[in-house]
Ligand binder design. Structure first.
Ligand SMILES: [Zn+2]
Ligand SMILES: [Zn+2]
Length: 262
């Protein structure tokens, strides 16, 4: 966790030191039982609202509408119904789960002397988490499509919308929502990430999930910069065909297992 890239440091301290200092000062809130689920829910709704604004504008502004992958933009009524569905899932599933996880993790950050990670380490750990999460998600997602009972019981709710929208990234059965949350939490714990990297991973994870489902192939999509990512067109194809492209972010697992749609 030292300064791997000195030019990212300022006055000899990691650039992320103020972030880490702030997290320490707010650790009572950040490690409280209700924070994790509440923050995850609010951040997802915030990211989805940004895409909802684009959805509302797209019929009127050609330069947005031309990036639409298929179908019509979501209506406010559909969006609110989806929000109610996700809120219920968080209230009865994710919140109790994360309260239990937080009780097990304790109420203080480990090792008071631990410095902030360098920017390089934070992004490396975040990228590693995305790779592991992507692998675990691929296995679970492949299984629920492989076995009809699992699909009907746990995953069908996610496929309600053939043309998905950002908020619908978390429109799932309560059990599936809890499984996805468990995968994200256990990924960061498994890799022993710095708490700053873990927060970064959860934020990037929420953003990518929203972007995957947004229904647009925008030029700023991460998959345009890094071709190892599938992006919205990749996951959109999964929703259109109800099979294939099982990995949420990267292309390699579907390529290896022959489940890639294009
Ligand atoms: Zn699916
Ligand atoms: Zn999806």
């Amino acid at each position: 966790m030292t300064d791997d890239f000195a030019w990212f440091a300022r006055d000899g301290e990691p650039l992320l030191q103020p972030v880490w200092k702030l997290m320490r000062e707010q650790q009572e809130l950040l490690l409280s039982p209700f924070w994790s689920a509440s923050a995850g829910f609010l951040v997802h709704v915030f990211f989805s609202t940004l895409f909802m604004v684009l959805d509302l504008l797209s019929p009127h502004i050609l330069c947005i509408g031309k990036y639409r992958l298929s179908g019509e933009a979501v209506s406010v009524r559909q969006w609110l119904a989806c929000l109610a569905h996700i809120s219920l899932g968080y209230a009865v599933g994710v919140l109790p789960l994360t309260v239990l996880v937080q009780a097990a993790r304790g109420s203080s950050f480990p090792d008071k002397e631990l410095p902030a990670p360098s920017v390089f380490v934070a992004f490396s750990e975040c990228f590693s988490c995305l790779l592991v999460f992507d692998t675990l998600f691929f296995i679970v997602h492949y299984a629920v499509h492989r076995f009809p009972w699992l699909y009907r019981t746990f995953h069908q709710a996610h496929h309600t919308h053939r043309d998905p929208f950002a908020l619908a990234a978390q429109k799932s059965s309560v059990v599936e929502l809890m499984v996805q949350q468990s995968l994200a939490l256990s990924t960061a714990a498994l890799l022993g990430c710095h708490p700053v990297s873990e927060v970064l991973f959860h934020l990037v994870n929420l953003w990518l999930a929203a972007e995957d489902h947004c229904g647009y192939d925008f030029p700023w999509g991460l998959h345009r910069l890094l071709p190892c990512f599938g992006g919205a067109p990749f996951h959109h194809a999964h929703h259109l065909h109800f099979q294939g492209n099982y990995a949420p972010y990267f292309r390699h697992w579907d390529l290896i297992f022959g489940t890639r749609l294009y």
